[in-house]
Design a protein around this ligand. Structure first.
Ligand code: A2P
Length: 328
């Protein structure tokens, strides 16, 4: 297969290159694109240097375009990139809510990918990490209400977000003034309950992405979901605490048994051994860690659990490459 990566020099783009290599994706030809700033740089793939080119404003002569260069670039250019037959797997939010564009997590709705008309959307990272754990529970016990609070790493804001955490932590520790550019407030030694723009209903767009996207991927347009999205001063991997009410009788043991068999999930749930999901242990893993599975004390027939997943992998690059594997 001929593959192109748009946004190849970014945080997700770099992971895309590594994931293609690690999964032995059959790449016959790889082309790398970014902004004019990066044109001419070289990046190694399978031991050979590849030159970064300026992203075209027209068709890309390839089979699959893995795009991660931001929403405005994709909104404008994805239809052009795909206009001569390439399939664009887009990591931005530009196309996710378009009824003509499938939104796909291969463990959940692989068949939806077949209906594409040139663009397939990759879900938001927070949605993807929750959904791989929630879906098997939903299938087994039917989830009716979901309340989730997130603990999101700076990697969610790209390579610049991670750099801001490192720089501002250093400034803080060395007694220099602490500032912020990428985030709305200083991120070092802080938590910020504000990711993406506030909407009329008081939720942020990041929070509503979890609602809209989970419903679309699960094909459950009425599912009741509420989210609080919080940025925390970690580098990579998002965590989420979920409370889920179910229709069918559920126990933590039954849920654990279902999750043990679920693809894309690793149960890490041995409190006596201090083993539970954490960003540091989830970083670099393809599977999403799930643990702290317990009966919720406030609602009947409800569970609490905690997930940690690599935002750049299952939340982005890995899921995109898995979608490309569906197309093979
Ligand atoms: P560049 O490195 O040349 O700026 P991140 O999410 O880590 O910030 O990465 C964003 C990626 O998208 C980078 O590869 C970046 O390239 C690329 N990019 C940003 N703006 C554009 C644009 N207008 N056209 C094409 N690629 C872009």
């Amino acid at each position: 297969m001929r593959v192109a990566i748009v946004g190849a020099t970014g945080a997700v783009g770099k992971e895309l290159i590594k994931v293609l290599e690690a999964r032995d994706f059959p790449v016959d030809e790889l082309r790398l694109f970014a902004s004019p700033r990066s044109a001419g740089k070289t990046v190694n793939f399978q031991g050979r240097p590849h030159t970064v080119e300026v992203t075209p404003e027209g068709p890309i002569p390839t089979d699959v375009v893995l795009a991660s260069a931001g929403g405005s670039v994709s909104k404008k250019l994805a239809p052009l990139w795909s206009s001569e037959g390439a399939v664009v797997i887009d990591n931005s939010s530009a196309w996710r809510y378009d009824p003509e564009v499938p939104l796909v997590i291969p463990e959940i709705n692989p068949d939806a990918a077949r209906a594409h008309k040139g663009i397939i959307a990759n879900p938001n990272c927070t949605t993807a990490i929750l959904a791989v754990a929630l879906w098997p529970l939903h299938k087994a016990f039917r989830a009716t209400n979901v309340v989730v609070s997130t603990y999101q790493a700076t990697s969610g804001a790209g390579a610049e977000g991670m750099q801001e955490l490192l720089d501002e932590t250093r400034n803080y520790l060395e007694g220099r003034p602490v500032g912020h550019k990428v985030f709305q407030h200083p991120i070092a030694f802080n938590v910020i309950p504000h990711i993406d723009a506030f909407q009329d209903n008081g939720y942020t767009r990041e929070e509503m992405k979890v609602v809209w996207e989970t419903r679309k991927i699960f094909d459950e347009p009425e599912m009741k979901i509420s989210c609080t999205a919080v940025r925390i001063p970690t580098l990579r991997a998002h965590s989420e605490a979920a409370t889920v009410l179910f229709e069918r009788p559920v126990t933590p043991e039954a849920a654990r048994a279902v999750l043990e068999e679920a693809p894309g999930v690793e149960v890490v749930d041995e409190p006596a051994e201090n083993r539970y999901p954490m960003p540091l242990s989830a970083t670099g893993k393809w599977d999403v860690e799930v643990g702290r599975i317990r009966q919720n004390l406030a609602f009947d027939n409800a569970l609490d659990f905690f997930v940690s997943g690599d935002q750049l992998l299952k939340g982005a690059a890995l899921n995109a490459v898995q979608i490309a594997e569906l197309l093979l």
